[in-house]
Design a protein around this ligand. Structure first.
Ligand SMILES: [Zn+2]
Length: 250
């Protein structure tokens, strides 16, 4: 008999595998992202239903080598209604998709899991502008992974308190207006005043969701900024499929 594990998990994706089985992707509190095979579950009408973004306690059999866990049973821990709201759903998926790109050390699985739980709980309450909550989540992920994104700090002259004017993509530095003159223009991502205004309000963003009128071009600009910051610090291209969906709402 294979070893059995019990863990808390948030379901990320459910895919039909055969006539009767499912492959389920989830993020867990103690094992990071894992996938498991749930035999027979597709045919189950009224027993266990695994629904995306809900939290369960899972009992699974460990894979013998690299491979899929095998589903034993599940108990629902907490529900939400994010799946009924397409914009919020896209923001939730995007945050989780972002984490899939990170190499999370096992001792930090719990931190990221809690971050996702907090994120989903917040999204549940948000009526509109959920992309702002995604950006806040994104910035928290940067901080947790040691590449703190602080748009109030110039990486060059270390001046604080004023929103930076550009990202130097070759060095991954945020630059204030005064330092732009020294920088090569070739790799600069210059920020519009509208984007800078949003960034300046990020610390209080939870209270401003109803007041901010976000255009699609600013949404695309800030997505590009955060993606470029990621790429210059993790040296890996970042293309979030669900971000393209989310931006359609603006
Ligand atoms: Zn500066």
């Amino acid at each position: 008999m294979k070893a059995k594990i019990t863990d808390r998990a948030i379901i990320v994706k459910v895919t039909n595998f055969s006539e009767t089985s499912l492959i389920v992707r989830c993020i867990t509190a103690n094992h990071g992202f894992i996938s498991f095979l749930a035999k027979g579950l597709r045919k189950t009408q009224d027993k266990t239903q695994l629904i995306s973004l809900l939290e369960y306690e899972l009992n699974l059999y460990s894979p013998r080598e690299q491979g899929l866990y095998l589903f034993a049973d599940a108990n629902l821990i907490s529900e939400n209604t994010i799946y009924t709201h397409p914009e919020t759903w896209a923001a939730a998926e995007c945050g989780i998709e972002l984490l899939e790109h990170l190499l999370i050390p096992p001792e930090e699985y719990g931190c990221y899991y809690d971050l996702v739980k907090t994120y989903l709980a917040y999204l549940e309450k948000v009526g509109k502008n959920s992309i702002l909550i995604l950006w806040r989540f994104w910035i928290r992920v940067f901080k947790l992974s040691g590449v703190d994104f602080d748009p109030l700090l110039c990486s060059h002259c270390h001046k604080t308190g004023e929103i930076v004017a550009a990202l130097d993509q070759s060095s991954g530095s945020l630059l204030c207006k005064d330092c732009l003159d020294d920088a090569s223009r070739a790799n600069l991502l210059l920020l519009s005043s509208a984007a800078r205004d949003i960034l300046s309000r990020m610390p209080q963003i939870g209270n401003l969701l109803d007041q901010i009128k976000l255009s699609r071009s600013v949404a695309i600009e800030i997505n590009a900024l955060l993606s470029a910051w990621w790429e210059s610090h993790f040296h890996e291209a970042l293309h979030l499929r669900s971000l393209g969906v989310l931006v359609q709402f603006y």
